[in-house]
Design a protein around this ligand. Structure first.
Ligand code: XUL
Ligand code: CO
Length: 450
């Protein structure tokens, strides 16, 4: 042990209910073993800490250096890597989270060659697997960082340079072996620099074909080594590249279908990425759910007033409610293999050690509250009633005939040709959106009061 304790002033974060309105180092809505409907809260939510934001991040922004004050900042190199692992397992235990996620390069430093880098990685993984055994903490997913190093300037699997494609292949091979060693429930690919800046110097089709080929090689290798976790792609529309190949859920699903990979891969969807693509988070989750490709979630939020990906901890109850609505309707995330990973970091001004806890507490409580409200909405069929009603004209008559494929354009013409405008207007109904939103507000307030 480098230190006996990294967070000596903090004890296990308890569930205190809502007796006090003031935030404290306690959960007000997250009561891990409480059963909501069919599952315990912890199993609906499978909360996960993102190693990179919580233990590596120095809280830089595009204009300023890091501000973070961390209890292991006196260490360097592999010592720092090891101290961070020690700190992280103390953190998971005190916070009461069951999972964490990491990139290969978050947890161990690079050497000069991949062989040296892999050796560093193995040393840290040895340590992590020991901690996993004693604590029971699991890995929700791991991934390869193929975007920070200068070699990935033009991408990894979509790089115009064959040596870099080869390097990325070798790195993912090690990543999948690591996933197997730590028994990661999922392995994630976020295409950091898989995209392009300008078509003036890019062969888009050739790059996308390379990418498709890369993902099929990765799937083959996962099979070869019997890695049984779920493979996931994580869409993001921009940052760092101007055009990202995995723009959003629909684009990514289309990409997977084009390369015959849609039976193998599912999606890891992130709140702020959805917003950057001009969607709500709920939209992205619904697209994946409808395609039966909902894998896991990176739970964070953006800020409409700032244009970049700020990875803010979620605190928006409305958004969390609608996200959890989709999760419940999906009966959980990929049969319990998915979870809510806080791909989120404290604000640059929240630099104290305590803030590492407060940020996770607000994120966990927000989603726990969202789960409680959403479960009631589903149970009471609040939205289902509105929606089923709205489409009821397709349940009989011409609507049922259209849905069963018995109509064609000529028969539809015959049906409406002489229908006066007044009758057509009568066939429509108000969407009652404000009424629904009012009901939703009542559900949020009423559920959380209890
Ligand atoms: C970047 C992002 C990544 C992925 C993993 O915006 O979300 O942290 O989740 O590489
Ligand atoms: Co993410």
């Amino acid at each position: 042990m480098y230190k006996k304790s990294y967070f000596p002033k903090i004890s296990k974060v308890p569930y205190s209910g809502i007796d006090s309105l003031k935030s404290s180092l306690a959960f007000h809505y997250y009561n891990p073993d409480e059963v909501i409907g069919t599952k315990k809260m912890r199993d609906w939510l499978n909360f996960s800490v993102a190693f990179w934001h919580t233990f590596d991040q120095q809280l830089v922004d595009p204009f300023g250096d890091g501000t973070a004050q961390r209890p292991y900042s006196m260490f360097k190199g592999l010592d720092l890597a090891k101290a961070r692992v020690e700190a992280s397992f103390e953190f998971f235990d005190k916070l009461g989270v069951d999972y964490f996620c990491f990139h290969d390069r978050d947890i161990a430093p690079e050497g000069d060659t991949l062989r040296e880098t892999n050796k560093n990685l193995d040393e840290i993984i040895d340590m992590i697997t020991k901690y996993q055994e004693s604590s029971g903490v699991k890995v929700l997913w791991n991934t390869a960082n193929m975007f920070s190093n200068a070699r990935f300037v033009g991408g990894a699997a979509s790089s115009p340079f064959a040596d870099i494609f080869a390097y990325a292949g070798a790195q993912v091979k090690k990543g999948l072996e690591t996933a197997k060693r730590v028994d990661a429930a999922n392995y994630v690919f976020w295409g950091g620099r898989e995209g392009y800046e300008s078509l003036l110097n890019t062969d888009m089709k050739r790059e996308q074909e390379h990418l498709g080929h890369f993902f099929s090689m990765a799937a083959d290798y996962a099979k070869e080594i019997n890695y049984e976790g779920q493979l996931l792609l994580e869409p993001k529309p921009k940052e760092p590249m101007t055009h990202q190949y995995d723009f959003d859920a629909a684009t990514t699903i289309n990409f997977l279908k084009t390369y015959g990979l849609d039976d193998i891969y599912k999606l890891n969807l992130e709140g702020n990425h959805a917003n950057l693509a001009g969607h709500t988070y709920q939209h992205e989750i619904r697209v994946a759910r409808d395609a039966k490709m909902l894998g896991s979630l990176d739970a964070n939020q953006g800020d409409k007033l700032i244009g970049w990906d700020i990875d803010e901890f979620p605190s928006n109850l409305y958004g969390a409610t609608l996200t959890m609505y989709e999760v419940i309707k999906n009966n959980g995330l990929n049969e319990g293999k998915g979870g809510l990973n806080f791909d989120a970091k404290p604000r640059r001004s929240s630099f104290e050690t305590n803030d590492m806890f407060y940020t996770h507490i607000v994120g966990m409580d927000t989603y726990a509250a969202g789960l409680r409200v959403a479960y009631r909405l589903v149970e009471d069929e609040v939205l289902d009633q509105f929606i089923n009603n709205r489409y009821q004209s397709f349940n009989s008559g011409i609507g049922a005939s259209i849905e069963s494929g018995n109509e064609n354009l000529a028969s539809l013409e015959q049906y409406v040709l002489d229908r006066p405008q007044s009758q057509l207007i009568e066939a429509t109904e108000s969407g009652h959106l404000e009424q629904i939103k009012d009901t939703l507000n009542h559900y949020i307030v009423d559920t959380l009061r209890k």
